[in-house]
Design a protein around this ligand. Structure first.
Ligand code: EZ4
Ligand code: CO
Length: 402
């Protein structure tokens, strides 16, 4: 199972994706997702210039040892660029192991712990009526879990809502989009949004919401308390989480469940939040948090504290990550929910996949490995197109958390 080549494929079928392809001497190949939205080429270079040469000649089945080599051997530990690169290698090696043993990845991880993977979709609208109609669309499509985001009156822009209506894509081509934020307006508005959902649809659906790091801990506590009557499944990223102890304050005030971690890249980012039971769902992902080997470690730590997973599944994680995540979700004991934002049609064509979707339940399929491939000829038709994530500013111009 010697590795003979490792190459990076960059493509933009609707949005940018970075894919690592590792081949062995037996002609088996594996794919890993290395997409870091807005900083794609940094990971591509980290892989091409530093990691790929180290992989040649190594035994592809030594997955744990390769992980340790790339983590400890770099000397410079952690960070999103390093961990996305390691994540891509790890995913590709698990894919190779699956293909060379003829087993779908979830079986290598211990087999199915459930019949399907509950995913949540994004209902977004420029105002409450539009957001509710979107919610209805997801409910009719069979989703049990739905995230809702809505424009806030008198606020020029808001996270998660596309300007012209239609599909939301976080990155903007060629420039950094400046958005605006007012915590006061948002906090007065948000409870009304959830009240409207429960009034129209009742309590049958899991209701999710993303505050996208915008609040201070005491503001987050106020929001959590105010929305308790609407029994949310979670509030996501209520406050930036570099300071993990900040979540103690939120916890002291509210029983609204909390999900954090889509920008985490290591178990050390999660440790205090999990051990002190300051969160209910951990959102770290395969790509950004060191692949299957490392996310399994995070999930196992979380399981000791009844914290469940809610992996980030935005459209900026490639279908390769999504396919692998569905195997992971199917297998682990403490799965909570999986985000599925969906993909542009071109992206689904470039990445043929074995996964299936039935309403709000997904299954990774039975193909060996993670079941996602890349059509390289088609991928070559969509060259890299630089795009950036936006920033948010307060009304007086102060740069805020986006
Ligand atoms: O803003 O993935 O829950 N999902 C999210 C995403 C993130 C993007 C950032 O690249 O918060 O929409
Ligand atoms: Co989020």
């Amino acid at each position: 199972m010697k590795i003979v080549s490792a190459e990076v494929i960059i493509t933009c079928p609707g949005r940018n994706f970075v894919t690592l392809k590792i081949r062995t001497e037996d002609g088996v190949h594996g794919l890993g997702d290395a997409t870091l939205n807005g900083r794609e080429l940094a990971v591509a270079s980290y892989l091409r210039d530093h990691v790929c040469p180290m992989l040649i000649g190594r035994d592809a089945s030594r997955i744990e040892d390769t992980w340790q080599l790339l983590y400890k051997g770099a000397y410079w530990r952690r960070g999103p660029v390093t961990m996305s690169a390691i994540g891509a290698v790890d995913m590709a090696l698990w894919d190779i192991l699956g293909k060379s043993t003829g087993m779908p990845l979830y079986k290598l991880l211990g087999g199915a712990s459930r019949t399907g993977v509950m995913v949540y979709g994004h209902a977004t609208g420029r105002d409450i009526p539009e957001a509710l109609d979107e919610f209805a669309r997801y409910a009719e499509a069979g989703y049990q879990a739905i995230r809702i985001q809505s424009g806030v009156p008198n606020m020029r822009s808001v996270y998660g809502v596309s300007k012209g209506g239609g599909t939301y894509e976080p990155a903007t081509k060629g420039r950094v989009d400046e958005q605006y934020w007012s915590t006061e307006k948002y906090l007065d508005f948000a409870p009304k949004l959830f009240e409207a959902v429960r009034e129209r649809f009742g309590f049958d659906h899991h209701l999710l919401h993303d505050a996208h790091h915008r609040l201070t801990p005491i503001e987050a506590a106020r929001l959590g308390k105010a929305v308790e009557p609407y029994r949310l499944f979670w509030i996501e990223d209520p406050t930036p989480a570099e300071n993990q102890a900040a979540f103690r304050l939120i916890r002291q005030h509210t029983v609204t469940p909390i999900a954090v971690g889509e920008i985490f890249n290591s178990i050390w980012d999660c440790k205090q939040l999990i051990e002190e039971q300051l969160i209910d769902y951990i959102r770290a992902t395969l790509t950004h948090a060191g692949g299957i080997t490392h996310l399994k470690r995070i999930a196992d730590l979380a399981s000791l504290y009844q914290v469940r997973t809610g992996c980030h599944g935005a459209s900026d994680l490639s279908p390769v990550c999504m396919g692998a995540a569905l195997h992971f979700d199917l297998a682990i004991p403490n799965f909570g929910v999986q985000e599925y934002m969906g993909y542009p049609e071109e992206a689904l064509e470039v990445f043929p996949h074995a996964w299936t979707k039935d309403g709000g339940l997904m299954h990774p399929g039975e193909a060996p490995g993670h079941g996602v491939e890349i059509d390289e000829k088609l991928a070559a038709r969509y060259p890299y197109d630089p795009a950036y994530l936006p920033v948010a500013r307060l009304d007086d111009g102060t740069l805020w958390n986006w």
